[in-house]
Design a protein around this ligand. Structure first.
Ligand SMILES: [Ca+2]
Length: 284
């Protein structure tokens, strides 16, 4: 993504930070931020029947993440109550992310669940209880490294994470569906609250990169003309949940989809069509 001349000018007028590209990854104060106006909305789902349909993920799609380290990150603000295994994102065809991978959060116990399944066996990797609370924005990052899984919340590694079932593995190569805010094979697991800046990389992000992204609070240019966090080239999905001057100019303008700002361009469709909403002004 390139900064347009207009956006650059707006940034200068607003005093926003535009990375200079002269500073290396991890340089403090250089978060590669776009102007604040570039994160003006988040996605709200009602916990009943709302979700975002991303469609079938084919075998050649980078979102397969088959057999390789990967990372999923999102900002979330959950409401109390609702299902205990609400999905942030799920690319699978059954419970426990069968044949794929998924990220879930339980507002009652405050636990994050990171599911990975290789086609035969899987992992339900869970955080400690009370890792987070409903009603506030949090930044979750789950990382599948070659030899272990990790759950990070608000910039810190949860050292209390454990395998509620199964053991470390990496995703299967399997054609499955993919959705934001629910799972793929039946009703249930619908997200209740807000989601923003959902991103997927086909590599395991370093602790330094995770710290940079946390500090940016959803305003980093993940697709990276500057690549301030050093791994923009591995970005395979990035859903900003509403962006752009058009939405800012007219917040009531109806949008029926959410754009993928990564190279895969996997646009998400609202289900039901008039269910989910882009909530202007409610951002991390
Ligand atoms: Ca957003």
């Amino acid at each position: 993504m390139k900064l347009s001349a207009g956006l650059l000018l707006a940034s200068l007028l607003l005093g926003g930070v535009v990375c200079s590209c002269t500073n290396g990854p991890g340089y403090e104060g250089n978060t590669g931020s776009l102007p604040d106006t570039e994160n003006i909305a988040s996605l709200y789902l009602d916990g009943h029947d709302d979700y975002i349909e991303l469609g079938e993920v084919g075998l050649e799609d980078p979102l397969q993440l088959a057999g390789e380290p990967f990372t999923v990150a999102a900002w979330f603000r959950q409401e109390a109550d609702g299902d205990p295994y609400q999905r942030i994102v799920d690319k699978s065809d059954g419970p426990l992310a069968r044949n794929g991978w998924a990220l879930a959060a339980d507002p009652e116990t405050g636990m994050i669940h990171f599911y990975v399944h290789d086609g035969e066996t899987g992992a339900d990797f869970a955080s400690r209880r009370d890792l987070y609370g409903a009603g506030a924005w949090h930044f979750v990052v789950v990382v599948a490294r070659s030899d272990r899984l990790e759950i990070w919340l608000d910039g810190d590694l949860d050292t209390g994470s454990w395998y509620e079932s199964g053991a470390h593995t990496l995703p299967a190569a399997a054609v499955t569906g993919m959705r934001i805010g629910t799972w793929n094979h039946s009703d249930g697991r619908e997200w209740r609250g807000w989601l923003d800046e959902l991103a997927v990389w086909n590599t395991d992000l370093s602790p330094e990169s995770i710290a940079i992204l946390h500090a940016a609070r959803g305003r980093a240019d993940l697709a990276g003309t500057c690549d301030v966090y050093a791994q923009a080239g591995n970005l395979v999905g990035w859903w900003r949940m509403g962006s752009g001057a058009g939405l800012l100019a007219d917040p009531t303008a109806v949008s029926w989809s959410i754009e993928d700002h990564a190279s895969g361009a996997r646009t998400g469709s609202f289900r039901p069509v008039q269910g989910p909403r882009l909530d202007v002004g409610e951002v991390p």
